[in-house]
Design a binder for this molecule. Structure first.
Ligand SMILES: *Cc1c(COP(=O)(O)O)cnc(C)c1O
Length: 348
């Protein structure tokens, strides 16, 4: 356990004091005979009613699939992006506090920091993309409210070892976010949530679950942290359409698991094919559904793929430590073949 961690002292005072929005339906328990409290249109169905603010049923289903105990320890957001933003809104005082993140990593941590007027401190990964936990801790001061870790990391594709994450959770006085958007591709676990009261693990329906369009992200954390997030979020952030589509996806969890295996196989096949190409200098190992590939001329190849072949990849050439790199998502077999063929033809 972390002796220095005190949740109440970490939370912004205005949030600690906040009285959340409440509606009449929160107070009424049981089956109403007439629902005349919320100024909805009772004459047009089925989307006329405000959705459930907490969606505990859906959280229970998510817990079953992830082997997680307590639905009250799950927060649902409009994508993980809302979960990330929530960390700033709940813990970080604008113009005063800071967060620490690894570099390179997911761009939204910095964008949300800027939006919330929070200093964003970055700590370089090592050239082999491994994380130096001591360097992360050394970048923190009394006003550091959160550390953002991403595992598997975007765009580098590698996982952070559990020991490093635990060490940071144990030694840091603030919140540690572990963004596992790609965790479903490498069997990542939520175990740290039970071990560390300051850990928030984030997952999403956008990647392995194949539901980026419904905008559903999850944060797993202590009941206390989840209660704070629930207090601050928009009351009806998760629409009924999103909930229904998420339930349908969860009904087919075994199918998704099989597709994840296919994607991992396709990734290894793609790595082998790429390795044969003279324009490919290096393929970084990946625990996710993408490959970071160093090529001879990233900008030119990126342009060529996009303009001549209609193939969109992510140019990471100007990203720290990713000089010369393109990030390629594993697509359908057809898409993957298109890419390999286009790269084979490039420069010929
Ligand atoms: C794609 C991605 C997300 C997903 O965000 P959503 O808002 O859930 O779509 C979160 N974190 C990382 C690192 C990602 O790459």
């Amino acid at each position: 356990m972390n002796p220095q961690f005190q949740l109440d002292r970490l939370v912004r005072p205005n949030i600690l004091a906040l009285k959340p929005y409440s509606c009449a339906r929160d107070e009424f328990k049981g089956n109403a005979r007439a629902m005349l409290d919320a100024n909805e249109n009772a004459r047009i169905t089925p989307y006329n009613r405000y959705p459930d603010p907490l969606n505990l049923d859906l959280k229970e289903r998510i817990c079953q699939v992830y082997g997680f105990d307590d639905p009250h320890c799950v927060f649902l957001g409009v994508g993980s992006d809302e979960c990330i933003d929530m960390v700033y809104r709940v813990f970080c005082r604008p113009g005063v506090d800071n967060v620490v993140a690894m570099n390179p990593s997911y761009g939204m941590y910095g964008v949300c920091a800027d939006i919330n007027d929070i200093e964003y401190r970055t700590v370089s990964l090592r050239p082999d993309f491994s994380l130096d936990p001591e360097a992360i801790l050394a970048a923190c001061d009394d006003n550091t409210k959160a550390i953002f870790l991403c595992s598997p990391n975007n765009p580098t594709g590698n996982c952070i070892p559990d020991e490093a994450i635990e060490l940071i959770c144990n030694r840091f006085h603030g919140i540690v976010v572990i963004d596992q958007a790609y965790g479903d591709f490498c069997g990542a676990t939520l175990d740290i949530v039970d071990k560390a009261p300051n850990a928030i693990v984030m997952r999403t329906f956008s990647k392995a679950w194949g539901h980026a369009a419904i905008r559903l992200g999850m944060a797993f954390a202590s009941r206390e942290i989840v209660a704070l997030f629930n207090k601050v979020k928009y009351p009806y952030n998760i629409s009924l359409l999103t909930r229904r589509e998420a339930e349908a996806a969860l009904d087919h969890a075994d199918k998704v698991e099989a597709i994840v295996k296919e994607i991992v196989d396709a990734r290894e096949k793609m790595a082998k094919e790429l390795a044969k190409l003279p324009i490919v200098k290096k393929i970084y190992p990946s625990d996710a559904n993408f490959l970071l590939v160093e090529v001879t001329d990233a900008n030119a190849i990126y342009q060529h793929l996009s303009q001549e072949d209609g193939i969109v990849v992510r140019n990471r050439n100007s990203v720290h430590l990713c000089n010369g790199c393109l990030r390629v998502t594993i697509g359908t077999d057809e898409e993957n073949t298109l890419l390999i063929n286009a790269l084979q033809a490039y420069g010929k």
